[in-house]
Write a protein that binds this ligand. Structure first.
Ligand code: OOG
Ligand code: NI
Length: 302
């Protein structure tokens, strides 16, 4: 994906993607293999279904604060999702116009964690007493892009990180990785024949040595059968902690989504099919498993 840079949103999406691509080696690995096979002519030919962010449900750092950025860019807040076991809430946001990705934002229900985990999180976040986004000019794309790369709290110690990890993999991920882009998502149905079903695309990924999340099965399918998703498993990265310790921790991953044509539009010719004719939104049971793309159980599992 690449945008024209004439709007703040374009600048932000380009910058997020540049950082993400520089860190997550599977992004270039997949793009390069698609180029080599002639599936795409350039990275810009890839349609980005959605991007995702993670937040902490404490004052000034949760969805209510984070969403201000994308609401200002014309995104619309859509459905709510609840993940009981993982102690998460989430919403998705639809883009201001076609061609821009949907956004999925989740938030840790910090109040549902043990008092020890809550204490650790508050140790890092309690000095934040107003919404950090309020301090930035949302009309200046570069300022927003820089904000999304900027630490809002101190680097954690390795002991705090590990204590959180033992209770909530998501909490540990956010305390270290903050608002970094969690994944971008390749729209599989937009690719050419031979690659535009998730089965075909996943066998291509396997053939180039990309490891896929297999929690609940490699392909996650919505109840209506129309939204199917797969994702890579995050690589491990050497991370330096505030106490000077180094640990290998999870970063970001890549997702793949196949949105089928809604039953009321299946009579349309292929050339007439657009975004609005396909299954929109997300699915709790799919998402629940996709979160595990950064979990130790997936990274260390076979
Ligand atoms: C988000 C997981 C859910 C989807 O498309 O359902 C998701 C995350 O890992 O933060 O991306
Ligand atoms: Ni996703």
């Amino acid at each position: 994906m690449h945008f024209d840079e004439n709007k703040p949103l374009d600048v932000v999406l380009n910058d997020l993607f540049d950082h993400y691509r520089a860190h997550v080696s599977d992004v270039n690995k997949i793009t390069d293999a698609l180029l080599a096979k002639g599936v795409i002519g350039s990275q810009e030919d890839i349609v980005n279904d959605h991007i995702a962010f993670r937040t902490l449900g404490v004052p000034h750092l949760g969805i209510k604060s984070f969403e201000k950025i994308f609401l200002a860019f014309g995104y619309e807040k859509r459905d709510y999702y609840y993940f009981e076991g993982k102690k998460l809430d989430a919403y998705w946001f639809s883009p201001p116009q076609e061609g821009y990705p949907r956004i999925f934002v989740s938030e840790l229900r910090v109040q549902d964690l043990s008092s020890k985990a809550q204490e650790i999180i508050h140790k890092y976040t309690s000095s934040i007493v107003e919404d950090p986004v309020d301090a930035i000019n949302l009309e200046n794309g570069q300022e927003v892009a820089d904000f999304l790369q900027k630490p809002l709290w101190d680097l954690p110690t390795s002991t705090d990180y590990q204590a959180l990890l033992a209770e909530s993999e998501y909490a540990a991920w956010v305390i270290y990785n903050r608002y970094y882009l969690n994944h971008y998502t390749i729209s599989i149905h937009e690719l050419k024949d031979g690659y535009n079903t998730l089965e075909e695309f996943n066998s291509f990924l396997t053939s180039i040595g990309v490891k896929l999340n297999n929690s609940g099965g490699v392909i996650k399918t919505s109840d209506d059968g129309l939204l199917r998703q797969s994702s890579t498993v995050s690589a491990l990265y050497k991370a330096l902690f505030a106490d000077g310790q180094e640990l290998e921790i999870a970063g970001s991953y890549v997702e793949f989504a196949e949105r089928s044509i809604l039953p009321e539009f299946t009579h349309l010719a292929k050339s007439e099919i657009g975004v609005k004719h396909r299954r929109d939104g997300f699915e709790t049971n799919n998402a629940d498993k996709i979160f595990e793309s950064t979990y130790t159980t997936q990274i260390k599992g076979a």
